[in-house]
Design a protein. Structure first.
Length: 330
């Protein structure tokens, strides 16, 4: 997959993370299976931010967790540089995985309420046996980097901090591991609107300072567009469209992406009503029994008989632009 060619990206170097045909399924009861992610491919380039966009229930978090091997995917490959993560034994996996860190949606519940900030930030270092005076200095430095005053927060516990401060602690904790890849799963969705922009700015700055590549998961088109170089749109565990985020609103052509754009304020003008969801079909179908052919067909205003019979393949339609739809011309 080609990148958008943004200046800080290095598309000539190989991908820092490669996900190939990743499937995530959850057995429920004796016979049923939730098809959360069905054959996902990702090439994350060094220095790139890839946005993953889709409404709630589309498999974004399952994909992010499976990349982290928490839990590992049902099948498929996840390579960090040249290291294949699937199938690694616990100790090797823990070490390899530390090169990748995840920031979750709810910062408060992802922190142990009994531990103090200084211990929370250093928690992951145990796998390296890193200790002593150097450790405290590194914690202080990282707290400053995420905009927290070490003298103020050092002995505080999560309930003594705001949601935004807790998310800063989570970011500090991730940075302490010196990762190459940061996976942010809706990192601002649980925060007050007033602090969302601060955390997004912090993530952008951090990415540059620490030379990270980032996967940024969200359901909000405007958030994903602003922070990402490229956007991947997921629907019921499958990729519908991948495109550079510059001109996302006008360049997006997949009917599902167009409906997402139409749902943001002012978006109706860019994505007119012919591609918005009909009132009768706004429910996401169950991932227990996804529609045949194109998974979006039960809600798609352009669906034809072919859409029920044949699954559309992801194919190139322009520079760095890929679409899975039978009815979008190349
Ligand atoms: N541990 C699990 N067991 C069973 N079903 C799950 C589990 N985790 C997620 N799911 C289901 O997988 C689908 C995708 O969920 P999720 O990955 O959380 O989507 P998103 O993050 O896009 O909202 C949903 O139908 C959800 O209910
Ligand atoms: S393949 Fe058919 S159902 Fe799927 S998005 Fe395209 S037109 Fe709609
Ligand atoms: Mg989620």
């Amino acid at each position: 997959m080609a990148g958008s060619g943004t200046a800080h990206m290095r598309p000539d170097v190989g991908p820092v993370l490669s996900v190939d045909q990743m499937v995530v399924e959850f057995p429920v009861g004796r016979k049923q299976v939730v098809h959360a992610v069905s054959g996902l491919n990702i090439d994350l380039l060094p220095g790139e931010t890839l946005g993953i966009l889709g409404e709630s229930g589309c498999g974004k978090s399952s994909a992010g967790r499976a990349v982290m091997q928490e839990p590992p995917p049902t099948s498929g490959s996840v390579r960090l540089g040249t290291t294949e993560l699937t199938g690694l034994k616990t100790r090797d996996l823990r070490r390899a995985r530390s090169r990748m860190q995840m920031i979750m949606q709810d910062p408060v519940s992802s922190l142990n309420p009994r531990r103090k900030v200084r211990d929370l930030v250093a928690e992951g270092l145990a796998i390296w046996g890193f200790d002593g005076a150097d450790k405290d200095a590194a914690i202080r430095e990282t707290l400053v980097a995420v905009g927290l005053d070490p003298d103020v927060v050092w002995d505080r516990r999560p309930h003594e901090l705001s949601g935004g401060q807790c998310q800063r602690v989570c970011i500090a904790r991730a940075l302490m591991m010196n990762p190459e890849v940061l996976i942010c799963d809706e990192p601002v969705s649980a925060l007050d609107v007033s602090v969302q922009a601060q955390i997004l700015n912090l993530l952008e700055r951090t990415k540059e300072t620490y030379d990270l590549s980032m996967i940024f998961i969200a359901h909000d088109v405007s958030v994903v567009k602003n922070i990402s170089d490229r956007v991947m749109v997921l629907y019921l565990g499958k990729t519908c469209e991948v495109l550079p985020s510059a001109n996302l609103q006008t360049a997006a052509r997949h009917p599902y992406t167009r409906t997402l754009i139409a749902s943001i304020p002012g978006g109706e003008e860019i994505a007119p009503a012919d591609v918005s969801l009909s009132a009768a079909s706004t429910e996401l179908p169950s991932p227990l029994n996804p529609p045949s052919g194109c998974r979006f067909r039960t809600r798609c205003p352009l669906a034809t008989d072919q859409c029920a019979a044949e699954e559309p393949e992801l194919r190139p339609v322009g520079e760095g632009h890929f679409i899975a739809c039978h009815n979008v011309a190349v």
